[in-house]
Design a protein around this ligand. Structure first.
Ligand SMILES: [Zn+2]
Length: 483
């Protein structure tokens, strides 16, 4: 389909029966097996060619280079699966398919990183996975006709092997098929039924001590949900550690009167318990039942920490994205801030920075504003939001992290450090918006400042304004504006 679309994920926790959990573990194992097989043959091929080169064999005479593409790897697996995995009929082919696909992606990343095409940190040759790595498998959408959900929207279909030789699977087919979810999937089901979203794949994984299903959804048509009553046109956010965020406009039940949002520090609250679990694990014999028990407990605790963190961030981002037309944020370099080479950042501070989840907050704000036809404006990361006086514009040369109050030497204003920064970010966002509007106007058919309504444009009556009929609201977007 040529229609524009956006990808998104929908996560749901699962509550499988022991038999289902066992089956899913075997699927995960199969996926891992296929992954390792693909990595192994790629490695073997590389090593053979290397050896032959060393032995002085000419370039044309070398063993042919194995193609790492998914379209040659998957058929290769299919031709060899009877001999490398004679048990493959007891597991759905989706598991093997996702394992091989993931391996080809890992190999491609390595290849591109080596060639210098890939951005970011260098990627090494993929490692083999073992049963302690993260466990997952993906079911590709071949199930469109039968549907993914049960009638009551509380169960997800688990694809079973068609020709299982394992009698247990054949006997319990009906019981194994429907996985109970811990929350209703009513909304997803409705969207899929109306054709607004299509499910591309479902990844089932054991994450944070729990089974969960992640639907990758393709969203056609930019859905613009009607916003709640707007609290204001522009909101600037200054991220921090003392306060998770400082808002330029205080919001009731979210921040205090000066706009500070409390930082719940989910990880820090559990540090003692984590340390205790670590001690208990280190005292156990490796591979013993107690070792496994405590490891699962630690996994669950980490899972709970990250889930509560996300829940809190969702509460914040939903309100902000829904109540303000424009959200201005800083472009934080989180990876740079927590780099170990930075000696002046203490370990505890690095931990708190990661504990806050700034990037996740930005990600949530971005897609939620897009959904509502609002927007996010990103201020350049070198903009001196903390060092500048929001009143007169005087910039300080230095400002220590311990200085919580900003005092201007020129105009004598005394402000909370974060409040000052939030005001600066708001002003900078305003400046970027007016600049953008004046430069863009006239050059593009749709100007930025022209259409920012939060509801869909009503179609005109047929006959009089036919050419406006197909007009929908313009797609929302994130503006990454550089100062
Ligand atoms: Zn000043």
């Amino acid at each position: 389909m040529d229609q524009p679309y956006r990808n998104r994920g929908v996560l749901v926790s699962l509550d499988p029966t022991p038999a289902q959990a066992q089956l899913m573990r075997s699927y995960c194992g199969a996926s891992r097996f296929a992954y390792n097989w693909a990595v192994a043959i790629a490695k073997e091929n590389l090593d053979t060619r290397k050896r032959e080169r060393r032995d002085g064999i000419e370039e044309a005479e070398l063993t042919i280079k194995l193609s790492w593409s998914q379209y040659s790897m998957t058929p290769l697996w299919n031709s060899r699966k009877d001999e490398v995995a004679p048990w493959h009929r007891d597991v759905t082919w989706h598991a093997f398919c996702s394992g091989v696909t993931n391996a080809t992606i890992a190999l491609k990343n390595f290849d591109e990183s080596k060639k210098g095409v890939r951005k970011g940190e260098p990627v090494g040759f993929p490692n083999f996975k073992n049963r302690h790595s993260k466990q997952s498998f993906t079911l590709i959408n071949v199930n469109r006709s039968r549907g993914w959900f049960s009638m009551d929207s509380r169960h997800v279909r688990l694809i079973l092997p068609r020709f299982a030789t394992d009698p247990r699977i054949a006997r319990r087919r009906k019981q194994l098929q429907w996985l109970h979810t811990t929350e209703s999937l009513c909304r997803l089901k409705k969207k899929v039924a109306s054709g607004e979203w299509t499910i591309q794949a479902v990844t089932i994984s054991f994450t944070g001590g729990r089974w969960q299903a992640s639907f990758s959804v393709r969203q056609y048509s930019v859905a613009i949900t009607s916003a709640t009553k707007l609290l204001g046109p522009i909101m600037a956010i200054d991220f921090g550690v003392t306060h998770l965020a400082t808002l330029s406009v205080p919001v009731m039940r979210l921040s205090d009167a000066s706009g500070n949002v409390e930082n719940p520090r989910h990880l820090e609250a559990e540090l003692k318990r984590l340390a205790k679990l670590d001690r208990q694990i280190s005292r156990c014999v490796k591979g013993s039942k107690n070792h496994a028990k405590f490891r699962l407990r630690r996994q669950r605790l980490y899972g709970r920490i990250s889930r509560t963190r996300n829940l809190n961030l969702h509460r914040l981002s939903t309100t902000l994205a829904g109540s303000f037309e424009t959200v201005v944020i800083e472009d934080l370099n989180v990876v740079g801030m927590v780099k170990k080479s930075k000696k002046n950042t203490a370990k505890a501070l690095r931990r708190s920075i990661l504990d806050a989840g700034f990037y996740e907050l930005r990600r949530q704000l971005t897609y939620k504003t897009e959904d509502r036809g609002h927007r996010v404006v990103v201020v350049n990361r070198f903009y001196p939001s903390s060092k500048m006086c929001s009143h007169c514009g005087e910039t300080k040369a230095k400002l220590a992290l311990s200085d919580r109050v900003f005092e201007c030497s020129k105009c004598g204003i005394s402000l909370d450090r974060d409040v000052n920064a939030a005001r600066n970010i708001r002003d900078e966002g305003n400046r970027l918006l007016t600049n953008e509007a004046s430069t863009v106007a006239g050059h593009q058919p749709e100007t930025l400042n022209a259409d920012l309504r939060d509801r869909e444009t009503k179609p005109l009556r047929r006959g009089r304004g036919d050419r406006y009929q197909s007009r929908t609201t313009q797609p929302a977007r994130t503006l990454s504006l550089l100062a």
